[in-house]
Design a protein around this ligand. Structure first.
Ligand SMILES: [Zn+2]
Length: 364
């Protein structure tokens, strides 16, 4: 595969013209402060670019066979000097148009990382409080009230929602001056025939308007921002899995479960129906083991915890500790045990059964 072989225009099944032959991705860095308030790193796009002057995310066209996460991290480094080792991937939200899609890669930053325009595609990088970013529908945009500096000092600015008249778009023939357009859906053409296009205002005026693609996805993404922890009741899941002879070798069964969950954690999980998380989900994973299964050590992204005594008590303690130290984090406990479900729900956790997890493992 060639580097940058994704540069070029594509037309989706809905008739829009988009930048990125193999789709595009953007990086949404989010930081939760001590009160649990989310702050999002936004990029003001250079005037020459597609939807120039609007606010969106660092990102751009994917190369062929490039994973959305790798592409978003590459663009974030190129455009905003954000290093991958300072970010923890939380999930990938996909806006699928049919034949073309935009992947928003959500990543948690432990601090308001210093970010600044690193190439010509952006004129500012700013951390904004999530509740200051409007966008309930495509018709709502955001006006930056505070004066925006040209450098990306990590200071949240005050923003005020304003309603604009119609959805995004681009004047016919409005191609970027250069090849690469950076972040966003890069919608063009198809929606312009109503003759009233706030995208024009965004392009012409100072940048106070959200990129239309970002504004479209933002209401859903905002709900999926909080990081999550999945706590696995290993004994209960192993029992539900009921591998041949598992009761004779509980340690072996728990070890195989851990290996399979580690593999799943690298691919990304599907959240349970109705759980507010990105479609491809990378929660923190804690597996609580008891009795003969204790002593497991994870080489990968799963934390194995030995229950000193009763497994249920250890799971309740784990949930309580998370709720105390990071109360904005969502907790999902995987167990079919009714009494345990009641105890963790009392602490604010959500619950789901082992089949939700087992259905996603490659070896079931
Ligand atoms: Zn489209």
């Amino acid at each position: 595969m060639a580097v940058k072989d994704g540069d070029g225009w594509a037309v989706c099944d809905q008739g829009h013209r988009h930048w990125g032959l193999y789709g595009a991705s953007g990086l949404l860095a989010v930081h939760f402060d001590d009160e649990g308030t989310p702050h999002v790193l936004m990029q003001k796009r250079s005037g020459w670019s597609h939807h120039g002057g609007t606010w969106g995310l660092p990102g751009g066209a994917l190369d062929s066979h490039e994973d959305a996460v790798a592409g978003a991290l590459r663009e974030a480094l190129e455009e905003a000097a954000l290093a991958a080792d300072e970010l923890r991937i939380l999930g990938v939200h996909l806006d699928d148009h049919g034949g073309w899609s935009f992947a928003t890669v959500i990543a948690e930053a432990a601090t308001l990382l210093p970010a600044a325009p690193a190439n010509g595609e952006s004129t500012a990088m700013r951390w904004l409080r999530a509740d200051e970013i409007a966008g309930e529908t495509l018709r709502v945009a955001v006006e930056i009230v505070a004066e925006v500096e040209q450098t990306g000092a990590a200071v949240p600015v005050v923003v005020e929602p304003v309603v604009v008249e119609s959805g995004g778009g681009e004047p016919a023939g409005g191609e970027p001056a250069g090849g690469e357009t950076g972040a966003g859906h890069a919608e063009a053409g198809a929606r312009d025939d109503d003759g009233r296009d706030p995208g024009h205002a965004g392009n012409r005026d100072a940048g106070e308007v959200l990129h239309p693609g970002f504004a479209h996805s933002w209401p859903q993404i905002k709900l999926a921002l909080p990081p999550s922890v999945v706590v696995l009741d290993a004994a209960n899941i192993v029992g539900a899995r009921a591998e041949h002879g598992w009761w004779r070798d509980r340690a072996g069964a728990a070890r195989r479960l851990l290996a399979d969950v580690e593999e799943l954690a690298r691919r990304g999980l599907r959240p349970p129906e109705g759980f507010p998380a990105p479609a491809r989900w990378f929660p923190r994973l804690i597996m609580v083991v008891e009795g003969a299964a204790r002593g497991l050590r994870s080489q990968g992204p799963v934390t194995a915890v030995d229950a000193p005594g009763n497994g249920d008590d250890a799971i309740v303690e784990t949930v309580r500790e998370i709720r105390t130290t990071r109360p904005w984090e969502r907790v999902l406990v995987v167990t079919a045990d009714r009494e345990l479900r009641r105890r963790v729900r009392e602490l604010g956790a959500e619950v789901t059964g082992p089949s939700w997890l087992l259905g996603q493992l490659q070896r079931v």
